[in-house]
Ligand binder design. Structure first.
Ligand code: ADP
Length: 655
């Protein structure tokens, strides 16, 4: 598993960057292509518009030419009777104007060039009045008369805004020119009359003079940019006039506009989806890296574990094992995953037990505190494992199987076994030692009952000799019998103590045995006038051998009483306390006796150590054997009030 900062991951990030270039490139190409397409289409539209413009203006020019020529023809056909008086001329003029001819005035000039008729009369300041002074008109007149064909004059201004031009059409009769009909065109009106409406809807049509000045316009709007326009020569009337057409900006066709708009929208959608996709991929990438990091961390943790982990599906199939588990049993993960019971690592001799536990776990009844099983390593070695099973919960919170953790406790078990065996050996050695001690102390232990039996029997014999009634003798004999039974019990228990594997442990209420031991010493206590103070907790129960415990108590009490032999009678007090503390029963026996010299304290428990002339030195040794046999402790200390305090600690529950 690589870490996010590892070279492999950097390389992957690099590859990702490369992958990102593709959609960006594709997007740029797409937008570029769309733009180019729109531009080409726009250009094609423009060229088509321009071609249409050229053909339209050529058509218009031709149309105007025809128009002017038709007017020339009409004017040339003037009947001379129409020139006779003003009324006739007006009638002719009205007919001529009626064709939407663009003509605004007609003038009849005689062969000498004088104005004979004019309609309307007052329109042309150049012609009315001194007709001979109108220079352009004069030239045109002469030219028309000499050529015998229509001649157009140069455009001239009419008031401030308008421009006009004239056509001089000679009228001949029998080979000689009899006059000239002058038609005056006002350029604006000519355009208004002669340019068809459909053309006027599409273009602004102007007539431009030789100096570039606009002489007349037919336009829907006041001013326009003229770069796109096209112009052709306007001849006739000539004199450098030109027709100029500028197309209006017609709205783009709906389909084309829709296409452009949809392409733009499409590009925006592509851009947006790319952005969303990128965001999504980046988020995924971050999550993936986080997952990888987490996975790496967990894997490292799993690999470093000493605890074997094994996951099983609900029907018992192995779905996961960690390296520690594989090491433990010597099978690889590939060999184990997918296996169903019986597993190859189940120990042959424990198959039934293992299967039973397997079934219990799958049924959800496995012990919560864990359980021990014996497995078999691939190499045949057996191993003890401590297993804890827990439900395996999936991402939806449902149980998908069982996860078991396994600790190899083979060594611990072996160590425990070794310790147990050693303890057994020690115990048996101790018992042997104790037996030796016992053997040498039997005399000591039996001394008391035997002495009692002897004195009871002597007493009984004396009574019989004195021929006392049997009722007097019987109590002494009963006591002798009781002492003999006690001596027998002591021997049996001491014997059993020396035999390994046998103990007579039972629930023992300690206070009762303190009472029993005191009862045995009752005679001495009364004889020596010893006060007994008892602070016994009567509930204290332990597991123990009642006879041995009683024997130990008896020895301690006897020592305590004997130690007070030289104590002043009013000071003779024996305090016995029993209670529980921290899992132990604690018993103290405090006397006000002679106390123990520091010099002998170290050997007190040694067998055969005694300071008494008639002592055996076995009492305390036996006490310690008994207490230790109950896994307890025996100790002593000086009593602050004088004398000695012996402590016995005995565990409340067996281990
Ligand atoms: P014995 O009583 O036969 O001497 P024990 O083993 O019972 O043997 O005692 C060993 C010695 O310990 C005694 O001789 C005595 O000196 C000393 N001892 C035991 N208990 C007490 C006691 N309560 N006070 C003073 N000395 C004691």
């Amino acid at each position: 598993m690589e870490s996010p900062g590892s070279p492999a991951s950097t390389e992957r990030t690099g590859r990702w960057r490369w992958l990102w270039v593709l959609p960006r490139l594709a997007f740029i190409l797409f937008v570029g292509g769309v733009g180019l397409l729109l531009w080409i289409s726009d250009r094609a539209d423009g060229e088509e518009r321009r071609a249409t413009l050229i053909s339209d203006i050529l058509w218009l020019e031709q149309n105007l030419r025809f128009h002017l020529m038709r007017n020339e023809e009409v004017l040339g056909r003037i009947d001379l009777t129409h020139t006779a008086d003003a009324k006739a001329f007006e009638s002719f003029s009205r007919t001529a104007f009626g064709f939407e001819s663009g003509l605004r005035q007609l003038i009849w000039l005689g062969a000498d060039g004088t104005v004979r008729q004019a309609h309307p009369i007052t329109m042309d300041p150049n012609l009315v009045g001194d007709a001979g002074e109108a220079v352009p008109s004069r030239q045109s007149f002469r030219l028309a008369r000499s050529l015998g064909k229509p001649v157009y004059g140069k455009a001239y201004p009419y008031f401030t805004n308008d421009w006009q031009f004239e056509v001089h059409v000679p009228v001949s009769r029998q080979g000689s020119v009899v006059g000239v009909v002058v038609g005056v065109y006002r350029i604006r009106d000519l355009l208004g009359d002669s340019v068809p409406w459909w053309l006027a809807e599409r273009y602004r049509i102007s007539v431009i003079g030789d100096s570039g000045k606009v002489l007349g316009t037919r336009s829907k709007v006041e001013s326009m940019v003229t770069e796109e326009g096209y112009q052709v020569a306007f001849d006739p009337p000539g004199w450098g006039l030109a027709l100029h057409a500028v197309p209006y900006h017609a709205p783009k066709p709906l389909a084309s506009a829709l296409l452009s708009a949809s392409l733009v929208i499409l590009a925006l959608i592509v851009l947006w989806s790319l952005w969303i996709l990128r965001r999504h991929v980046l988020r995924r990438q971050a999550v993936e890296e986080e997952l990888q990091r987490e996975h790496a961390f967990r894997k490292a943790m799993e690999d470093s574990l000493d605890t074997g982990m094994r996951a099983r599906s609900l029907d018992g199939e192995i779905i996961y094992v960690n390296p520690a588990f594989c090491r433990m049993i010597g099978w690889s993960a590939a060999e184990l995953i997918g296996r169903r019971p019986p597993m190859p690592y189940w120990a042959d001799d424990y198959l039934d037990e293992t299967r039973a536990m397997h079934d219990r776990v799958l049924a959800g009844e496995g012990p919560e505190e864990g359980f021990e099983l014996r497995f078999k390593h691939r190499n045949g070695n057996l191993l003890d494992v401590l297993i804890h099973e827990a439900p395996l919960i999936d991402a939806r919170g449902q149980q998908s199987g069982w996860m078991g953790s396994m600790v190899d406790i083979t060594e611990r078990k072996q160590a425990e076994e070794r310790t147990r065996q050693q303890q057994d050996r020690l115990q048996s050695t101790a018992r042997l030692v104790a037996m030796g001690e016992m053997a040498s102390s039997i005399a000591h232990e039996l001394n008391q009952p035997l002495a009692a039996i002897s004195s009871y029997c002597t007493g009984a014999a004396n009574l019989l000799r004195d021929q006392k009634p049997a009722t007097d003798v019987l109590p002494a004999l009963d006591k002798a019998v009781e002492q003999a039974r006690r001596a027998g019990q002591v021997i049996r228990r001491i014997y059993s103590l020396a035999r390994p594997g046998e103990n007579r442990f039972e629930r023992v209420r300690l206070a009762e045995h303190v009472d029993a031991a005191l009862a045995l010493m009752d005679g001495d206590i009364r004889q020596k006038g010893i006060r007994i103070s008892l602070e016994l907790s009567r509930q204290v129960m332990i597991d123990g051998d009642p006879v041995l415990l009683e024997q130990a108590l008896f020895n301690l009490l006897r020592n305590a009483i004997e130690s007070m032999r030289d104590t002043a009678p009013d000071q003779r007090q024996l305090t016995i306390a029993l209670n529980c503390a921290e899992g132990y029963a604690s018993l103290t026996i405090a006397d006000r006796g002679c106390g123990i010299d520091a010099g002998v304290a170290g050997q007190l428990f040694d067998p055969l150590f005694t300071t008494k002339a008639e002592g055996m030195g076995m009492g305390l040794a036996i006490c310690r054997s008994v207490v230790e046999n109950h896994r307890g402790r025996l100790s002593f200390e000086a009593n602050p009030e004088g004398g000695t305090v012996f402590h016995i600690l005995l565990p409340l529950t067996p281990k």
